[in-house]
Design a protein around this ligand. Structure first.
Ligand code: VTB
Length: 329
């Protein structure tokens, strides 16, 4: 058997880009139509159809929920032709269904692939997340620091004042105290309504102006964000948050033994990974789907952790402007 780190990632990466492109193309006709579910389903169908064309023995480890509640791309679903390397797949066919339905910025389709057993099987609970971009000493900020301490530590490492630090966080009542504390440091806060995979990725792209991401969001999205940062560079930490016994029970079932464990980026994604995301609505990392008469154009970011390579690809397709985007021969 080949070493677990070698899963033909170089060849598979273009296929992965096709998968995320197809999902974005399919959800394009549902941008701004107020129907989250339809947008999600279109993305799921297209992603699944393309995934099943890849020569992999794929298993979805981060997906659209449990088998009973998700008709497709549920956790444990096998995808691919069955010929090829055994791989784990983490996906979110539409990260930001509300953003898509309301035509708000930063909706993405996201997918990551690594060798079997290389990704944390995160249950669908919250994760307390903290991320910074590349170039800082290890542990420059930690989950154990208070939000204000993190801002001061990052500012010191950057050689600037806290006023020059921008933090990104989900705008939620559960973050009120954190935001009040952050405000006292004089830092800037970019509040987002949804989509914290993009939120974390912002930290690794200087042009977004975001220095640090923090707060509670979905644990599955945390693993996807860790995969992205593993390719782009940067640090990420996550601690699962259980609101009740039922949530902890689900985590235990997924194999989690220590409820207080702090996962680093490399604990969440232990092997080499490839990652693709395609913009659905315009955002600070990717342009959204552009519709022109007769064509749809999509922008995809395609990355490999082994090499740290980051590609941006523009894909124009004349056919999918008229059909449902699931095709593609
Ligand atoms: C989080 C976040 C996602 O939805 O899961 C959020 O990680 C749900 O949080 O990026 P709430 O329970 O507070 O709504 C997203 O923002 C979008 O799926």
């Amino acid at each position: 058997m080949s070493a677990p780190a070698d899963f033909n990632d170089r060849m598979l990466s273009l296929g992965l880009a096709r998968v995320s492109e197809a999902a974005a193309m399919a959800s394009a006709r549902l941008i701004g139509r107020g129907d989250e579910q339809a947008a999600d389903q279109a993305a799921v169908n297209a992603m699944r159809a393309q995934l099943n064309r890849l020569d992999i023995q794929g298993v979805v480890v981060i997906g659209e929920g449990e088998r009973d509640e998700a008709p497709m791309l549920y956790i444990g679903e096998q995808v691919g032709t069955g010929n090829g390397p055994p791989v784990d797949i983490a996906l979110d066919p539409l990260e930001g269904t509300t953003l898509t339905a309301k035509d708000m910025p930063n909706a993405l389709t996201v997918i990551a692939m690594g060798p079997r057993g290389s990704m944390l099987h995160a249950p669908d609970v919250y994760m307390d997340k903290l991320a910074v971009g590349p170039g800082y000493p290890a542990g420059v900020v930690t989950l154990d620091m208070s939000p204000a301490e993190r801002v001061r530590a990052l500012a010191a490492a950057r050689g600037c004042s806290p006023a020059n630090i921008t933090v990104c966080a989900l705008e939620r009542p559960r973050h009120e105290q954190m935001i009040t504390e952050l405000r006292r440091t004089d830092c800037a806060i970019r509040l987002i309504t949804d989509g914290d995979v993009a939120g974390v990725m912002h930290c690794a792209e200087e042009s977004t102006g975001i220095d640090m991401y923090m707060g509670l969001g979905g644990a599955p999205e945390g693993v996807l964000a860790a995969a992205a940062l593993k390719c782009m560079g940067g640090q990420m930490f996550g601690r699962l948050v259980f609101r009740n016994r039922e949530e902890w029970g689900r985590a235990a079932q997924a194999g989690i033994t220590n409820p207080d464990r702090i996962y680093t980026r490399d604990d969440m994604v232990t092997g080499d990974v490839i990652f693709a995301a395609t913009g659905v609505t315009d955002g600070s990392i990717l342009s959204g789907i552009r519709r022109e008469v007769g064509t749809l154009t999509a922008e995809t970011i395609l990355m490999r952790s082994k090499t740290g390579s980051v590609r941006r690809m523009t894909y124009r397709n004349p056919r999918q402007a008229t059909d449902d985007g699931v095709s593609g021969r």
